[in-house]
Design a protein around this ligand. Structure first.
Ligand SMILES: *Cc1c(COP(=O)(O)O)cnc(C)c1O
Length: 472
């Protein structure tokens, strides 16, 4: 399996190189040159064995340059730190299925991909006798999950930028209490989009990028999308095995920010998994909802909501979907990305809007609706949703009233990560898992920097050059 850039300037890249490259050198995103068709019957039988067996079979299709034995070791290690043997338990509540993606070490769905990515990096770096410096921006969950993915690993440092004061207290604690010599937290005085822009700028500074061997963990890394494809299959098989569901269409509802999670569903569908539709749920940062519902993809200011991991306007992974929307035509895509850059919007034709709507539905939740969904769902089921998942459940409830499909909402975070929103909704705090309780006793460490690419660049340089000096 080889990879190419959405912008057409890079092709014939191996899986390992695609993982190490992150963003393609022509500014595009890496995608498989040919998407494999899934053998649904065979994958179903693997899913019956274990989540890991299914993951291994799917990874094999995309990572054929890693020896099978090694790949299996990587898979086992990546899911060893989950607190549920099923990895992704599925619960049935009030006519909706809730697939809990939050059983990893930081209690958000990003662990599923970042535990895998950390192990991949360690393996590839060791094999190549290389070192790498990971640079990423986070609106909260990515940072902690990335840090937990690579902390203590050989030959890797990690620099994570987060918007100062704009991540939840639990997220901040999870990031800043990790005591490991290879972990550096940078609090930027700005928004998440500012952090993301700084990271993009540093990655396009090719001299800086190659001198320090910068690597990405943001959702643009292909390995993250790949890891997420697995649970669409897993959940699908689990639910379709229930007798009462025979013959009904299944729709996944996905609380969306950077379009990484739902993009994996798009790939699973394209590989042949018979998903009916993907329902994209947003908070008040509703650009993707406007795009899907009426073709209005115009960038507005980011507003803060109860679901901070979805407080995003420019979704970094949308480019991969647009690439397929434009029939894998890099020239058109390139033009559209320039249009976006210049005009802060993309125009879609009627035909394109219809094509988008043949795969996606969408729904927005206001802040008030997010809270009322947590409240109503708790009252009827005693199940506590986190505010991101609540946006999804709100969307599911909206569409469920109109048809006879099965809805499965991906639960992207444990409610204890967002206790204040939950308290506002139901007047009590969710029970905290042990891994969150113990964070309060630990010391925090981060570096506060201005919203300025050069300032971040020199900070990183200094740390790495000091490290080299100390190493002799
Ligand atoms: C990252 C995240 C999202 C958004 O996922 P994307 O892949 O960025 O669309 C939603 N909810 C939670 C809790 C997250 O951490």
């Amino acid at each position: 399996m080889k990879y190419k850039s959405t912008r057409g300037g890079v092709q014939g890249i191996s899986f390992k190189d695609a993982v190490m490259m992150g963003l393609a050198e022509d500014g595009g995103l890496l995608v498989p040159e040919n998407l494999p068709a899934a053998d649904i019957g065979y994958l179903h039988s693997c899913a019956c064995k274990s989540y890991e067996s299914l993951a291994f079979e799917i990874f094999k299709l995309f990572a054929d340059d890693i020896e099978e034995e090694t790949l299996w070791e990587i898979v086992k290690e990546s899911y060893a730190n989950f607190d549920s043997g099923e990895i992704v338990p599925v619960v049935h509540k009030d006519r909706i299925y809730v697939a809990e993606l939050f059983h990893g070490p930081t209690y958000a769905f990003k662990d599923i991909a970042l535990q895998f990515l950390g192990n991949l990096f360690e393996h590839i770096l060791k094999e190549r006798s290389e070192k790498m410096n990971i640079l990423g921006a986070t609106s909260g969950d990515t940072g902690s999950a990335a840090i937990y993915g690579v902390k203590g690993k050989d030959n890797i440092n990690i620099f994570i930028l987060h918007p100062s004061g704009k991540v939840s207290p639990v997220q901040e604690l999870q990031m800043t209490t990790v005591k490991s010599e290879n972990v550096f937290n940078i609090a930027v005085k700005g928004s998440f989009d500012d952090c993301q822009a700084i990271v993009k700028n540093l990655f396009s500074d090719l001299e800086f990028k190659s001198k320090y061997n910068l690597g990405a963990v943001n959702s643009i890394n292909w390995a993250r999308i790949l890891a997420q494809i697995v649970y669409y299959f897993y959940i699908y098989f689990r639910i379709c095995d229930e007798k009462s569901n025979g013959g009904k269409n299944l729709r996944f509802v996905v609380p969306t920010g950077n379009f990484g999670n739902i993009l994996a569903g798009f790939y699973a569908r394209r590989m042949g998994l018979p998903i009916d539709k993907l329902v994209l749920a947003t908070n008040e940062n509703n650009i993707l909802h406007r795009m899907i519902s009426y073709g209005d993809y115009s960038v507005k200011d980011v507003v803060q909501t109860y679901s901070p991991s979805m407080d995003i306007q420019l979704s970094s992974n949308l480019e991969r979907y647009l690439y397929y929307l434009y029939e894998e035509d890099s020239e058109t895509l390139d033009k559209k990305m320039k249009e976006l850059n210049d005009e802060r919007r993309i125009h879609f034709t009627e035909e394109e809007i219809n094509k988008i709507r043949s795969v996606f539905l969408s729904q927005e939740s206001s802040n008030e609706e997010t809270l009322s969904t947590i409240r109503n769902f708790y009252n009827s089921t005693q199940y506590i949703l986190d505010p991101h998942t609540a946006c999804g459940v709100k969307a599911a409830e909206n569409f469920m009233a109109k048809d006879n499909c099965i809805y499965v909402c991906l639960a992207t975070a444990h409610p204890a990560k967002f206790p204040d929103a939950v308290y506002k909704a139901i007047g009590k705090y969710p029970e905290r898992p042990e891994g969150i309780c113990k964070l309060n006793d630990l010391e925090k460490q981060s570096y506060v920097l201005n919203n300025n690419t050069d300032e971040v660049k020199y900070f990183i340089k200094n740390i790495l050059e000091e490290g080299d000096k100390n190493a002799g």
